[in-house]
Design a protein around this ligand. Structure first.
Ligand code: 13P
Length: 287
């Protein structure tokens, strides 16, 4: 059964580790992540962008697929199904479809409007026992058409949003979706520290987990980050493994063109990436 991310993130914050959110795009992706979480005895959050939701034939299809897999694969570790960077309307659709968690990304609105819309969703998700992630300060780069400039969040605005009763808070600290540029200044730990001082127990979320050096990930966790999002790295490992399979001519050998065979190396590569991240984030054995 899908669970809210509240309990797993509160435990992670108290235990000084982070739970990974891995974005899903199709059946192979979802199965690989769930199997790895079970093998690692780790809680996990499946992230679905609005674009990926559309691609997978809508949120109801996603809920049906994930619920089916939890049962068929006998998954016993805590799993949350979470809308990533949702609009207000997207959040409402996911709540209705049976997601267990949503992110409302109101970072592009003036803070008053972000507060107002987040507050409304605190009430709705609270009644349903779902978790809600809010965002303050845009996260840089581009993800599925959502573009942010990568500013650092204002700690006072973070406190205003945290006080509304959200479950977890994503705050821009110089992080960027996708690959980091050569001249990237790194994460602003000063901002993160100031945010944690004002928001206390609130689990903080680090987006743009791909390509952040290990020491920065560990430091971010020590300063209150309890959820780390990874998307691009799984996409890159999937693409790389698939390309190698084709370049080696394996799709032309025997029944190598069978999609179940063609997509298998990519799925294995995702498993390896997810395991590596769970080890780095410290969530292995914490289910
Ligand atoms: P990356 O694609 O940089 O790993 O970021 C993922 C993310 O933050 C999803 O919200």
């Amino acid at each position: 059964m899908l669970v809210s991310a509240k309990e797993m993130l509160e435990k992670a914050k108290a235990g000084h580790y982070a739970v990974g959110q891995f974005n899903i795009n199709n059946l192979e992706w979802t199965k690989a992540i769930l199997q790895t979480a079970q093998e690692c005895n780790s809680p996990v959050i499946l992230g679905v962008s609005e674009g990926a939701g559309k691609y997978m034939c809508g949120y109801k299809t996603v809920v049906g697929m994930v619920n089916g897999m939890l049962e068929e694969l006998k998954i016993t570790v805590p799993v949350a199904l979470h809308l990533d960077h949702g609009s207000f309307e997207g959040c409402m659709k996911c709540i209705e479809a049976g997601f267990s968690s949503v992110m409302f990304d109101g970072s592009h609105y003036p803070i008053e409007e972000n507060v107002e819309k987040t507050k409304e969703l605190v009430g709705i998700t609270g009644e349903k026992g779902m978790s809600l992630e809010a965002e303050v300060g845009a996260i840089g780069g581009e993800e599925d058409g959502v573009v942010g400039s990568g500013e650092c969040a204002d700690p006072k605005e973070c406190k205003a949003i945290a006080d509304l009763g959200v479950t977890m808070l994503a705050a821009g600290i110089g992080n960027i979706h996708g690959k980091y540029p050569e001249n990237w200044a790194g994460l602003s730990f000063e901002t993160l520290d100031a945010i944690q001082q004002l928001t206390g127990e609130m689990p903080l979320v680090l987006h743009g987990g791909t390509g952040i050096p290990e020491d920065m990930i560990k430091k971010a966790i020590s300063l209150g980050v309890a959820k780390i999002n990874v998307n691009t790295e799984c996409q890159l490992s999937f693409a790389d493994a698939t390309r190698k399979y084709i370049e080696a001519g394996k799709d032309l050998e025997g029944k190598g063109f069978d999609p179940r065979k063609l997509l298998a190396p990519g799925a294995e590569a995702i498993k390896a990436t997810v395991k590596e991240k769970m080890e780095l984030f410290g969530s292995v054995g914490k289910a």
